[in-house]
Design a protein around this ligand. Structure first.
Ligand code: CP
Length: 305
């Protein structure tokens, strides 16, 4: 039985297989519409979500399966003090696969030790978000066409932005990668990511607090929201929340073939006027999430079309 807690739980070859299946699902959806008949996905979301939970549910329904779960801790027995271990021991008897989001780093890993069905980490605190990364990789393949020889700018909250951490992990396995880390000093990339996946791997990187200065060299600009829910005090959040705002003026400094990704939700960090720019890929990116999650569910349930 396989779990996906970290994107590195999947090899580069397995990610290629998932992308190939996702592409085939998009081209031939009817071929897949019953492959998970009589299978049940449980979505255990102890933290809010729109894209991840609904795309997982859409994915399972599109494969002919069923879904159950909860979308907030307050409507589960966690509100009465039940542990993750007990919750998962019980729910793994009700479902064939579980996608879990939790505000505590490591919660899905704990869950995997108590589950008799596959656990997928759907985001754990400020740690990792591997299925967002699979979504990002499918987007990059479609929008740019390659994973090698890319200069990727990560902008905003690199400290708490779990999608940033997982995408850096994933991209560190490809050749010719350069990372441009754009953040205020208070929201810099944490050392558990920087040391292991950039410095120890000898990957070229720069750190800056000026988006304008680096726009022209980027293949991808990965914008992120400042993660209000992870701040200890509101004063710091208010001071930092609008550190970077992508506008049409800044887009004018970028190359014609650059792409803007964002895991969403967006707050203020991308002006809505940028949405009409063909280089703005973030809504297409959100749609790709459904298909790569269909491919992942099939892989973990060991079913094929
Ligand atoms: N990208 C992402 O995780 O979005 P949600 O929080 O809406 O699931």
């Amino acid at each position: 039985m396989r779990n996906v807690i970290d994107v590195l739980d999947l090899s580069v070859e397995e990610i290629e297989e998932l992308i190939a299946v996702a592409d085939d699902i998009m081209a031939n959806p009817t071929k897949y519409q019953e492959v998970c008949k009589h299978k049940i996905l449980a979505t255990l979301f102890f933290e809010p979500s729109t894209r991840t939970r609904l795309s997982f549910e859409s994915a399972m329904l599109s494969l002919g399966g069923e879904v159950l779960g909860f979308s907030e801790a307050s409507s589960s027995s966690a509100a009465k003090g039940e542990s993750i271990a007990d919750t998962v021991s019980v729910v793994s008897g009700y479902a064939d696969i579980i996608a879990m989001r939790h505000p505590k780093e490591g919660a899905p890993l704990v869950a995997s030790a108590h589950s008799c069905v596959p656990i997928i980490n759907a985001g754990d605190g400020g740690h990792y978000h591997p299925t967002q990364t699979l979504t990002d990789l499918l987007t990059i393949r479609h929008e740019i066409g390659r994973f090698d020889d890319l200069t990727i700018g990560f902008c905003g909250d690199l400290k708490f932005g779990r999608t940033v951490h997982s995408l850096i992990e994933a991209m560190s396995r490809y050749k010719g990668i350069k990372f441009v880390l754009i953040s205020p000093p208070e929201l810099k990339l944490p050392s558990f990511v920087k040391e292991e996946f950039i410095k120890n791997k000898g990957i070229e990187y720069v750190q800056t607090s000026s988006l304008e200065e680096v726009m022209g060299e980027l293949d991808i600009l990965y914008m992120t929201r400042v993660q209000k829910e992870r701040f200890f005090n509101e004063e710091d959040y208010l001071r930092l929340k609008d550190s970077f705002v992508l506008t049409e003026d800044k887009m004018a400094l970028a190359r014609a073939d650059m792409r803007v990704l964002h895991p969403l939700p967006r707050v203020n960090e991308i002006d809505t006027a940028v949405d009409n720019d063909p280089r703005a890929s973030y809504f297409r990116q959100a749609h790709y999430g459904r298909y790569i999650r269909m491919a992942l569910i099939m892989k973990l349930l060991e079913v094929s079309a």
